[in-house]
Design a protein around this ligand. Structure first.
Ligand SMILES: [Zn+2]
Length: 646
């Protein structure tokens, strides 16, 4: 080859020919012999051994995927775990603009394009050579097979699984990342179409190749010297991309991270932090093993591995729920010893045993949860599952839930009383008093509660006459529940406040109408299904006499359907943070009962945001300010509803 230009032209031609003939070959229409094909291959190998077209670097015996080399370097990323570390990096990097993106929690993938066609998809591997999973990648969402222009180069993205997909189809996998990692490398490709690739970087062929003698395949066109235009180019070429925001001050980024952390539960994908980078692309920096002009600004660790030591079965009503006892582990600033296991079926689905190494996850204020199995050591043992209820009945395992089928089971009856008091927000009536009344046989049903008087109550316990009187008065003052509160208070399996509210909104707004409804009527309601409808019909039938008995005491009267025209009619409320005087669900029910509406998010048109922390800088507060929504404290809210109710 005489000149660089000639060499470059021949490489481009060879690459085009190889891609073309590969395609013919795989589609069973070869136009040249194997020997001719090999000659093209050998010539390209001699001229430009790192051509992406040659990618195949043999087959890894361990997982059977062919190996392929990256076009873009996949160096390691600088990391900051807290604002201090991040600010220190900012001081050193000295940037005037910060491009900030969500750091998706998935698996890296490089999509290599040749003349606008997807040639190869390569996993992270060791950073320079990964697995060629092209066949699987072609099935993933967000991977265009053909680009609008005949572009050659590599696009970097993250293979992710949405939380919704994880919940619906892969609940046995520890988390979205594990599920995505496992699925993308399945040889049979099953389920791969449930994955998506979200992209954040791109470079034309040869741009980052720093090896001596490497051929520069093209000019770095304008889209690739600025992170924002790069993202715009990706989007315009048919890729799904992360959102890139621009900030000018390091502290703006710190605040943004706090807001994202606060709202991450409502994002469709898991993220584990932010990626912060310079706006202008610096090729020399990108070639470094650890680029200095970008950093992963991570969230605090909320996931850890530990050992499952034992399983306790917590009894709540009729259900027996497994709780994992784990070797203590530090998680999001607290020491965790117990973790939720959801139900007997998740425990089986995950294949857990006593002694299993497990992944424990804590997100926000949510109870820590065992989300997956890492491995079962040889000395692990089967988890004992109870078979008999304390009432003597054999427990039923319906595949989802382990429960006592005995309608007269004392545990169920006690739980119903607790549920009733909680639903009607009778706060002073504690569990201890209730249990004592229950165990003595004095109170077994909800109607029994309304037969209590202060004198009798004070004789039961070292309780003064005055306290007893206050307790009875408190119980009797909550005498006008809504239909939904009344029915949900009877603790029908699978029927909560919201389901009855939906039925009421659909026209079944009195106890008579509801009890007359058939399974088909209820199943037709939006948000219901056959199972829920059947549970409600059966529950209303079985508990009908108990409901009649409560109404017959005269102590309880159902509040008429509120409809429109309540004192809070036309006003909408959104609650954020904790309330001191009542549960959020109670506050929401009060608003609805007075004709107001409840919103879960702040948007234009909302009347009030109720919060005890109006200056927290939270996403909701910020939005409320932006939309001119009035922010009120709990005191003002309570005053408003007492005024409206009085
Ligand atoms: Zn029982």
């Amino acid at each position: 080859m005489e000149t660089n230009d000639e060499r470059r032209a021949r490489v481009a031609e060879l690459e085009r020919l190889i891609v073309y003939h590969q395609d013919r070959y795989y589609n069973d229409k070869p136009e040249i012999s194997d020997a001719e094909f090999d000659a093209l291959w050998d010539e390209l190998s001699a001229l430009f051994p790192d051509s992406p077209v040659l990618g195949g670097l043999g087959v890894d015996a361990a997982d059977g995927f062919p190996k392929a080399r990256h076009v873009l370097p996949m160096g390691s990323q600088a990391k900051a775990a807290d604002p201090e570390g991040f600010l220190a990096w900012c001081a050193k990097a000295g940037l005037s603009e910060y491009i900030v993106e969500h750091k998706l929690d998935g698996a890296s993938l490089e999509l290599q394009y040749e003349a606008g066609r997807l040639l190869r998809a390569v996993t992270r591997g060791d950073g320079s050579v990964g697995d060629d999973i092209t066949q699987n990648a072609r099935q993933m969402a967000g991977v265009p097979a053909v680009l609008p222009e005949p572009w050659s180069g590599a696009v970097r993205g993250e293979v992710v699984m949405s939380k919704e997909t994880h919940r619906l189809y892969f609940p046995d996998k520890a988390n979205c990342r594990n599920a995505a990692n496992g699925l993308m490398k399945r040889k049979d490709g099953v389920g791969v179409d449930r994955l998506e690739v979200v992209c954040y970087d791109a470079a034309p062929s040869g741009l980052y190749d720093a090896r001596p003698g490497a051929l520069f395949m093209g000019e770095p066109e304008p889209p690739f010297d600025d992170e924002l235009t790069k993202i715009a180019w990706l989007r315009g070429s048919g890729f799904v991309t992360v959102e890139a925001l621009v900030f000018y001050e390091p502290f703006e980024v710190v605040d943004y991270r706090a807001r994202v952390m606060d709202g991450r539960d409502s994002l469709p994908h898991d993220i584990d932090g932010l990626v912060v980078k310079a706006r202008s692309v610096d090729i020399d920096d990108m070639r470094r093993a650890r680029p200095e002009r970008q950093i992963a600004f991570k969230f605090p660790l909320e996931e850890a591995s530990t050992t499952l030591v034992a399983v306790e079965w917590s009894e709540s009503g009729a259900s027996y729920t497994p709780v994992g006892i784990i070797e203590p582990v530090r998680l999001a600033g607290t020491t965790v010893r117990r973790a939720s296991l959801a139900n007997a079926s998740t425990l089986r689905g995950m294949g857990l045993r006593i002694g299993s190494r497990v992944v424990v996850v804590k997100r926000g204020e949510i109870i820590p949860k065992i989300e997956g199995l890492i491995e079962n050591p040889p000395d692990s043992a089967e988890i004992p599952v109870p078979t008999t209820c304390s009432c003597g009945a054999a427990l039923v395992d319906d595949g989802v839930r382990l429960y006592c089928p005995n309608m007269d089971c004392p545990k169920k009856a006690l739980h119903r009383l607790e549920k009733w008091l909680s639903m009607l927000d009778v706060m002073e009536f504690g569990v201890t008093i209730l249990r004592r009344l229950f165990d003595s046989g004095r109170v077994r049903t909800i109607s029994d509660l309304y037969g209590l008087d202060a004198g009798e109550l004070s004789s039961y316990e070292r309780m003064g006459e005055a306290s007893a009187a206050k307790l009875v008065q408190n119980l009797r003052s909550r005498n006008e529940p809504s239909l939904a509160e009344f029915v949900a208070g009877f603790d029908i399996e699978g029927i909560g406040l919201l389901s009855v509210e939906k039925a009421a909104a659909a026209g079944f707004d009195t106890i008579e109408k509801l009890r007359a409804a058939g399974v088909e009527d209820l199943a037709a309601i939006d948000g219901f299904g056959d199972i829920m409808a059947a549970a409600l019909v059966e529950g209303l039938r079985a508990l009908g006499p108990a409901m009649d008995a409560v109404l017959a005491t005269g102590a309880i009267r159902l509040r008429p359907p509120s409809g429109t025209g309540g004192p809070l009619s036309g006003k909408s409320f959104c609650f954020t943070g904790e309330l001191a005087t009542m549960k959020r669900s109670r506050a929401q029910a009060l608003v609805k009962s007075l004709g107001g509406t409840v919103k879960n998010s702040v948007a234009k048109g909302l009347t009030y945001l109720v919060t005890n922390d109006p200056f927290s800088g939270s996403e909701k507060n910020r939005k409320a300010n932006a939309h001119g929504v009035q922010i009120i404290g709990e005191d003002a809210f309570v005053a408003m509803i007492s005024g409206a109710a009085g």
